[in-house]
Design a protein around this ligand. Structure first.
Ligand code: GCB
Length: 597
């Protein structure tokens, strides 16, 4: 069950109960937890909500900035009727590495703070009784881990993280924890691909099973009418007059997979899927054969009080605001989001660029912190980093491949692509991930300002180009913005005159803006200036056919490390951190409504 990343489900054969709530919590700066049997649970900690990042609940800075080991523990009951099943605890996310103990027994470890993992606790479980789970988590940043950074020790002995990235290292159990149980013979994974015909569609499926059983698959429409059935571990469901999943006009079918032993059903798993095709053809992005221009945002899972915790209420509001601006897409910058975000996107018809937390892979990003110009990819950390990077791409694709909303995989954010040692690193990442997605959606990464058409040595790898550009903010700012526009056009002319025939999407551009700061004529940080920067980019986007989308940075203001470039976080939000519009929101809404579909 530990290799399955299927979303938990409760039905006649499967069990799912959230263990969210107040858990016991303790910092472990001296790493005494194991010796002192915190593995068996503890009661002398503070109470900590799950899911949440611990940081912003504290009023003292040492706690908020804590780096190192910390523990959570809680008691939970396992019903006796689960005794014949495989029982697990599924953590939606633990930042960044964790070891799970149940009733004092070590179950498993996991690294990667933005993807789920299940601890199979069957051998440690007490059925019909209370059990105790403890989890030791470590939130340090290292160069051989994702997202990349350093952890330093201050002269006073306290540890501190130094991210090579621009978002706060919010830590803890940021997503829900589920107690799950599955039958011994169970569906562990499934995937689909689609072929569209005239008034018909083929849903090709394949099912992975632990153990052995016959497989029955059916598809039902939104009214619950069965529209197709098939048998076998792989096969095709033929749908006549299919209602396709379209951008901002979603239709979801329910696929039901049953495992059968003789005439007994032994497991069942259902999921919502959308019938649609995605293709990249020349410089067009095609959904069901129709060209789409992306309008939307780079986002963060970030909100007041609980940091990077997934909060369905915040997601609900964000979706509403994205729809209000007439957006049709977003990027899960800079890590895979909670599954609920994709389920919501599936339902609302948003296209999602799904990003792995490969961020900070550049010495210049470390120079935010100190100015190094070497390659990131020939350090003594590279081999270990690549191993973890590949594992996390694997898990992201495994987890998210069945979402109709996911239309591309972003395998890095702003890595070094200009040094020679970047090339073998990229070659291996692209080679080893090429068959992970049965739908073969585009794989890509964002290119920073250093990675121009001329300078980048990794242009051969992506299926579509994602560009992050900041004239008007990090260079050619203020009254010099006209030179910024001229420079941007020169760069776009180079792409245009090249032989590259792939779409290019702007995945970042924008300006930090203090909400409520007005100035006529504009000045940097004012709401007027943010609009001027977006107007400038809009003019450039409208001048080039091969630019097939714009995702502004960022949807909302978000928390970052302290620094002389940040005033209580990154303020490039189109909305404030509490989700109120800046003037730019009205500008984008007007522009995107005018651009249409
Ligand atoms: C970038 C990064 C993003 C930052 C942004 C900025 O290029 O990809 O994480 O937040 O710039 O505002 O500096």
């Amino acid at each position: 069950m530990e290799t399955s990343l299927l979303y938990p489900e409760l039905n006649e054969y499967r069990y799912d109960r959230k263990l969210d709530g107040l858990w016991n919590f303790k910092f472990d700066p001296k790493q005494v937890g194991n010796q002192e049997d915190w593995t068996k649970g503890f009661h002398d900690g503070t109470k900590m909500p799950v899911p949440a990042s611990f940081n912003d609940f504290f009023t003292d800075k040492e706690s908020r900035e804590y780096a190192g080991d910390f523990w959570y523990s809680t008691k939970f009951f396992i019903p006796s009727d689960l005794a014949d099943k495989q029982v697990g605890i599924r953590f939606g996310a633990a930042t960044h590495r964790a070891t799970v103990y149940v009733n004092g027994q070590e179950i498993r470890s996991h690294e990667g703070g933005f993807l789920p993992f299940t601890a199979d606790i069957t051998s440690a479980a007490k059925f019909g009784a209370d059990n105790v789970v403890s989890i030791k988590i470590n939130n340090e940043l290292h160069r051989d881990a994702l997202p990349a950074g350093d952890t330093i020790t201050l002269e006073n002995g306290k540890k501190m993280v130094k991210p090579f990235f621009d978002f706060y290292n919010y830590s803890g159990l940021n997503r829900s924890v589920h107690l799950i149980a599955t039958p011994k013979v169970a569906v562990s994974d499934y995937s689909t691909t689609f072929e569209l015909g005239n008034n018909s569609a083929k849903v090709n499926y394949s099912v992975e099973i632990t153990g052995d059983a016959d497989v029955k698959v059916s598809l039902a429409d939104e009214e619950g009418n069965e529209v197709a059935t098939a048998t076998g571990k792989s096969g095709s469901l033929e749908v006549t007059n299919p209602k396709l999943w379209n951008v901002r006009d979603a239709y979801l079918y329910t696929i039901k997979i049953q495992l059968v032993d003789g005439d007994q059903i032994v497991d069942e798993y259902s999921d919502e899927i959308g019938i649609r095709t995605i293709e990249i053809k020349g410089h067009e992005i095609l959904v069901n054969g129709k060209s789409v221009y992306l309008k939307g945002f780079g986002r963060h899972e970030d909100s007041i009080f609980s940091g990077r915790a997934f909060d369905l209420n915040v997601e609900r509001k964000d979706v509403e605001l994205m729809k209000w601006t007439d957006a049709n897409s977003f990027r899960t910058s800079h890590y895979p989001y909670d599954e609920e975000a994709y389920r919501f996107a599936d339902r609302e018809g948003f296209l999602v660029i799904d990003e792995v937390p490969a961020v900070g892979f550049k010495m210049a990003a470390a120079s935010f912190l100190g100015g190094l110009n070497a390659s990131f990819f020939d350090g003594d950390w590279t081999e270990e980093l690549q191993k973890k990077h590949l594992e996390q791409i694997h898990d992201m694709i495994l987890r998210d491949k069945n979402h109709p909303s996911v239309f591309a995989w972003s395998l890095f954010n702003e890595p070094d692509t200009v040094t020679d040692s970047a090339v073998p690193y990229f070659a291996k990442v692209f080679e080893e991930t090429k068959d992970l997605d049965p739908q073969h959606r585009g794989r890509t990464f964002t290119l920073s300002e250093d990675d121009t058409y001329e300078a980048s040595k990794c242009k051969q790898f992506p299926d579509l180009y994602l560009l992050n550009r900041y004239p008007g903010w990090y260079h050619k700012w203020g009254f010099e913005i006209s030179d910024g526009e001229a420079g941007l056009r020169r760069e776009m002319d180079q792409w245009k005159n090249s032989d590259i025939d792939k779409p290019l999407v702007y995945t970042e551009y924008g300006a930090d803006t203090e909400p409520g700061l007005h100035k006529l004529p504009s000045i940097m940080w004012s709401e007027e200036y943010q609009v001027e920067v977006l107007e400038m980019f809009g003019r450039v986007f409208d001048s080039y056919d091969f630019i097939r989308g714009e995702q502004v940075w960022n949807f909302a203001d978000f928390q970052t490390v302290e620094g002389n470039m940040r005033v209580n976080g990154n303020k490039k939000g189109i909305f404030t951190r509490d989700r109120q519009p800046k003037a730019a929101a009205f500008f984008l809404k007007k522009r995107w409504e005018k651009l249409g579909d």
